[in-house]
Design a protein around this ligand. Structure first.
Ligand SMILES: [Zn+2]
Length: 141
């Protein structure tokens, strides 16, 4: 899930890079992902998107909207090749650099002291992904 600072950062970076440019090529989903949902048949996306001009971008909540001419919007959330867009320091940003949003509980901080209590941060598998937490501060109830 994108966090609010990430969607804001990504939308600003996407806006700096994409506004006034045209979509020239569209790649279909290349790796199945249980948390990626499509509207209609993604095989038809190229026909809809190619040639559209990007008008603006905005980040809201866990999504980034890329608005195009012809009253068309592309909404991006985590799972939509967000490793390319990034925002977190665990991901690459729009320009291929690690994002500026410093994560506290992530693959970068697992087995390091919790910034709140000093106990070690742990990683556990969850729904095909991973979660990172402090077992002292974030006790299961
Ligand atoms: Zn803690």
């Amino acid at each position: 899930m994108l966090e609010i600072p990430e969607s804001k950062t990504i939308s600003l970076q996407a806006g700096e890079t994409l506004v006034n440019r045209r979509i020239t090529e569209v790649f279909n989903a290349s790796s199945p992902h249980k948390f990626a949902w499509f509207y209609g048949d993604p095989a038809g996306y190229a026909k809809i998107l190619a040639g559209r001009q990007v008008i603006s971008t905005s980040g809201h909540g866990m999504f980034v909207d890329i608005r195009c001419d012809a009253d068309l919007s592309i909404t991006i959330g985590d799972g939509t090749n967000m490793t390319y867009l990034g925002g977190r320091d665990t991901e690459r940003n729009f320009f291929g650099h690690n994002g500026g949003y410093k994560t506290l509980l992530s693959k970068n901080t697992v087995k390091t002291p919790c910034p709140n209590c000093g106990n070690l941060i742990v990683k556990e598998a969850y729904l095909g992904g991973a979660v990172y937490f402090c077992p002292s501060c974030q006790k299961f109830r």
